[in-house]
Design a binder for this molecule. Structure first.
Ligand code: KG4
Ligand code: ZN
Length: 407
């Protein structure tokens, strides 16, 4: 790049950086932690000024799961276009941005690196503050883009890669009450759907595993197949779906044998099995949630004079059956249930931009592109969200009388 042009650009963006109080604040966010290349620009009110999302879902459905090098390659192919289209749809030029945010953790390291590198390049070139984002923090705070939800609130994040319960005390202050100790529920739905061969039916062929199971389950009997209660003897709020997945596999094998099912045929009672599996996962989520709420009451973590809020988010939170049952737990425990609309529950650039905005507003974790810290920012495949309270939950020894779900 011509050095004169570059210095003029730097001068203009610096000037902008100092004069931005005169106009609305705008943060650009980049998301590439898994299989979606997302970008968006949001203002301080949470309005999405521009956005673009390239989903790799269909490619991964065809491969039977996410293959990290393929995900990385697709991010590389699309990142520039996605950012360009976000900017052009927003009618904002990079110089007008206040900061650039990008997901750096947790997720597939190869995928994360594509978005983070692109974000850092833009930050360096245009002299914009860079804000590294924790993907799960972004999911947790998304609701504040849409509604006035004050701290503290409880959040249940259920996606293809994660399952966790956190008490959100501030933009960067979280208490981790429980998390998944094996597969995440979304991943279990995806694997179960694959084993059930749902993708072979035209109706389900373009749906994520979870959505396919929900759709099939809506036509089935949830009491048709027996599933165990996961982690029944553990007085914590952790999640485990490996046992449920294994039980589902045994049901499928038995049905296949009994009915001599051919490789290109569906198992009989497919919809009943989907409904029973969905119910087993739902009950598990409800039980862990109930214990978390009882723990919060015991520890007086919620101010008594304020409305208690549960926020559910992540791809699995799109599931209406699950939401309905979580709603029943909320009603019984005196919480209101909030969930972002489906397109903001799944991975997207707006949640990253909004998390950047929350941090910009509070001055937390903002990195100057000319500081030594900037060069050190790197991706992290694994990273828990907040202070780990999972042992403290066990020590509280909470025995729950499970709320009876109506379905
Ligand atoms: O949050 P997300 O978009 O990506 C991450 O995993 O971070 O979640 C994707 C997951 C997939 O496993 C998908 O099967 C699941 O969310 N999912 C659903 C539904 N829609 C998407 N699971 C259950 N019911 C749904 N309706
Ligand atoms: Zn996610």
């Amino acid at each position: 790049m011509n050095s004169k042009v570059f210095s003029l650009k730097r001068f203009l963006s610096r000037r902008n950086f100092h004069c931005n109080f005169a106009r609305s604040i705008a943060v650009l966010g980049i998301e590439t932690s898994c299989d979606d290349t997302g970008c968006a620009i949001v203002d301080s009110k949470g309005t999405i000024l521009g956005e673009c999302l390239n989903s790799q879902q269909q490619v991964h459905i065809n491969h039977g799961g996410i293959i990290p090098p393929i995900a990385k390659e697709l991010h590389e192919q699309h990142i520039e276009r996605v950012v360009r289209e976000t900017l052009s749809s927003s009618k904002i030029v990079i110089d007008d941005l206040n900061a650039i945010a990008a997901t750096v953790k947790p997720g597939l390291p190869m995928s994360l690196r594509v978005g983070m590198t692109h974000g850092k390049l833009l930050a360096k070139e245009y002299n914009k503050p860079f804000i590294p984002i924790h993907h799960m923090e972004a999911h947790a705070l998304t609701i504040r883009m849409i509604e006035k939800v004050e701290f503290p609130f409880l959040v249940l994040l259920v996606s293809g890669g994660h399952c966790l319960l956190n008490l959100v005390q501030d933009v960067d202050k979280f208490l981790l009450l429980g998390q998944s100790i094996d597969d995440a529920p979304g991943e279990a739905f995806d694997k179960f759907a694959r084993r059930m061969k749902l993708h072979m039916l035209k109706e389900y062929s373009t749906m994520s595993g979870g959505r396919a199971v929900e759709t099939a389950a809506s036509k089935g009997d949830p009491n048709a197949f027996v599933f165990p209660m996961a982690l029944a003897h553990y007085k914590d709020c952790n999640f485990s779906v490996a046992g449920l997945k294994n039980t589902a596999r045994k049901h499928i094998i038995r049905l296949e044998k009994e009915h001599e099912v051919e490789p290109d045929q569906m198992v009989p009672q497919m919809e009943d099995l989907c409904a029973s599996f969905q119910l087993a996962i739902t009950k598990h989520l409800c039980h862990r949630l109930q214990r978390a709420m009882e723990y919060i009451t015991l520890k007086k973590y919620m101010p008594p004079d304020k409305e208690k809020t549960l926020v559910v988010s992540g791809g699995v939170a799109c599931n209406k059956f699950i939401r309905g049952c979580l709603g029943q737990v909320c009603d019984e425990m005196g919480y209101r249930l909030l969930a972002p609309p489906p397109h903001l529950c799944t991975d997207n650039g707006a949640m990253i931009a909004w998390n950047g905005m929350e941090r910009w507003n509070t001055g937390k974790g903002i990195i100057d592109p000319s500081s030594p810290e900037f060069d050190e920012v790197d991706v992290q495949g694994r990273c828990i969200l907040g202070e780990d309270m999972t042992e403290d939950v066990v020590l509280a020894g909470i025995k729950c009388k499970w709320i009876k779900l109506k379905y």
